[in-house]
Write a protein that binds this ligand. Structure first.
Ligand code: FMN
Length: 512
């Protein structure tokens, strides 16, 4: 706002950008992923990246850079003797492979014109005019794209299953933007930073599976995402890219936004569709599967934000291009939110198969304050711990599973040598216990009993037999819970008990 104020009286300056690409002016982007260095200001076309900008800097930026094209060097990111003038020089950005985050921070997130000018909507146009719905599904299938919401289910297969219901008229496309994992903010960044990419991806999915309506279920805590998506949908409708007779054809697709109310369990597919229908957000027994009877019991494609955001690239550049990135079993990139004891917290998009060492040290800048790496919690409350012995393992959907962890939606919480792993297990268990919907006994009661034991141990009141009881309960909840929340709730306990049992024992024995 301060910059807008300063630019206001400059001849030829446009700060009103009502849907048009501004000639000179100030536009708001979405999250750029470099959390540690904000507030950020990027000056185009000079391509300067200013970091940690304060109100008092605005005047100088205006006089020196806007009016005279000179850099304000003290606002460049610096490390040691080195100065990094452009975003592409900053190692945190330069070492990433950005596909779904490609536009985040580069463009005005409220301008469909800018999205189109950068090649946006070419994929939808190619799909509609050059490909049949079946061709689109084949291309997505061939690309090997797997769902980024956690499970890694093949997207093309899911779309095929929905499209196969030719006997049912209504098909739906639903986007899961619930993103309830503590510490995760990948999907929010796409929704607020590049809403058009998501909408284009969903529209292509609708064309492929013959859906007439789509819903985006957005986490309650993301008001900016809701605002930008609402704006983007209205703009796309106005331009004939959404709604009736898209691009002058008889393909019609209408999009709606639903806001979650902050329940983690509503990210589970059947709870999410129940919530959209106005029912209490509780998972149900499967089958029937969402692809057969999802929203309003009709065939439904339910995919994560990042999954849909990959679709325009696949349609435009082809499955073979997509397969050149990542691993054979998990092609493409994955976005992680990297938080905790790390120098550079933020969002990173890297090819599948990238090692933890590359992510934590090369991109993340290492452990905060030069500390020692102890472990990383991957997959949030449903995930597990990876330790120093896993630093050089390439991470993809399949490799992570071998170590009692899951890729999950991409939360990475880095822990240093001062972290108590029993406390970590207690934290995640208190989260899942609180978020359990209470429908099934193993999850409702089991997580409560496990939390009681963990609290006892952390308080120094545990006994050594508690560890066997914890293991028994963990196996019971994992095997018997109704949905993924309960099935995965014990994973942080299982993996910390396996790798850091000595810490549990120390808590117990040191208080004897
Ligand atoms: N998937 C998401 O995309 N976002 C979420 O926030 C999310 N939360 C979940 C929470 C729980 C408790 C469980 C069990 C699952 C959650 N999932 C979430 C996974 C979804 O059930 C579903 O598998 C996913 O949205 C499918 O999309 P994909 O195939 O593109 O990954």
């Amino acid at each position: 706002e301060k910059m807008q104020e300063l630019c206001k009286d400059m001849p030829g300056v446009s700060v009103e950008f009502d849907g048009h690409v501004p000639h000179i002016g100030v536009v708001k982007t979405g999250c750029q992923g470099i959390c540690e260095l904000g507030p950020l200001m990027r000056i185009e076309p000079l391509h300067y990246q200013y970091v940690k900008v304060q109100m008092d800097d605005c005047e100088e930026i205006f006089k020196r850079t806007v009016l005279n094209k000179e850099p304000v060097e003290r606002l460049f990111y610096k490390k040691g003797e080195d100065s990094f003038p452009t975003p592409d020089d900053i190692p945190f950005i330069a070492k990433q492979t950005r596909i779904t985050l490609e536009n985040c921070g580069r463009f005005d997130a409220e301008s469909l014109d800018e999205y189109i000018a950068s090649g946006g909507y070419n994929a939808l146009s190619k799909a509609i005019f050059d490909m049949s719905p079946r061709d689109v599904i084949e291309e997505v299938d061939k690309s090997g794209l797997r769902g980024r919401g956690g499970g890694g289910f093949p997207t093309g297969k899911k779309w095929k299953q929905v499209a196969a219901h030719t006997d049912v008229k209504e098909h739906y496309v639903v986007c899961n933007g619930d993103e309830g994992d503590p510490g995760a903010f990948m999907d929010g960044s796409v929704m607020e930073g590049d809403p058009y990419r998501l909408i284009e991806g969903m529209t292509i999915a609708a064309y492929a599976v013959n859906a007439q309506d789509g819903y985006i279920y957005v986490r309650a805590e993301y008001p900016l995402s809701v605002e930008r998506l609402t704006h983007a949908i209205a703009q796309a409708e106005e331009k004939g890219l959404l709604g009736d007779n898209i691009l002058g054809t008889d393909f019609c697709f209408h999009m709606h936004i639903n806001r979650g109310a902050g329940a983690f369990v509503c990210g589970e597919g059947s709870a999410l569709t129940a919530s959209i229908e106005g029912d209490r957000g509780m998972p149900r027994v499967k089958p029937p599967r969402t692809v057969d009877q999802g929203l309003w019991a009709k065939p439904t494609v339910l995919n994560n934000v990042e999954t849909f955001a990959n679709v325009p690239g696949i349609v435009m550049k082809g499955a073979d291009w997509f397969r050149t990135i990542g691993t054979e079993g998990s092609p493409g990139t994955k976005t992680f939110s990297i938080t905790g004891s790390i120098e550079n917290t933020g969002l990173i998009e890297v090819p599948m198969g990238t090692t933890l060492r590359e992510m934590i040290y090369d991109i993340g800048g290492g452990i905060k304050g030069g500390g020692e790496f102890k472990a990383v919690q991957i997959g949030g409350p449903s995930g597990g711990c990876l330790t120093a012995e896993h630093l050089d393992v390439g991470l993809d959907f399949d490799s992570v599973k071998k170590y009692d962890a899951i890729m999950g939606s991409g939360g990475l919480v880095v822990m240093d040598e001062n972290t108590c792993m029993v406390e970590v297990a207690r934290f995640f268990m208190s989260f899942t216990q609180r978020e359990s919907c209470g429908k099934c006994v193993p999850c409702r009661e089991g997580t409560k009993r496990m939390l009681e034991i963990l609290e006892r141990i952390v308080d120094g009141k545990g006994v050594i037999e508690d560890l066997d009881t914890l293991e028994e309960l963990a196996a019971m909840v994992k095997n018997m819970a109704l949905c993924g929340l309960g099935k995965s709730a014990p994973l942080p306990v299982i993996s910390t008990l396996k790798t850091f049992r000595n810490e549990y024992e120390e808590h117990i024995l040191d208080h004897k």
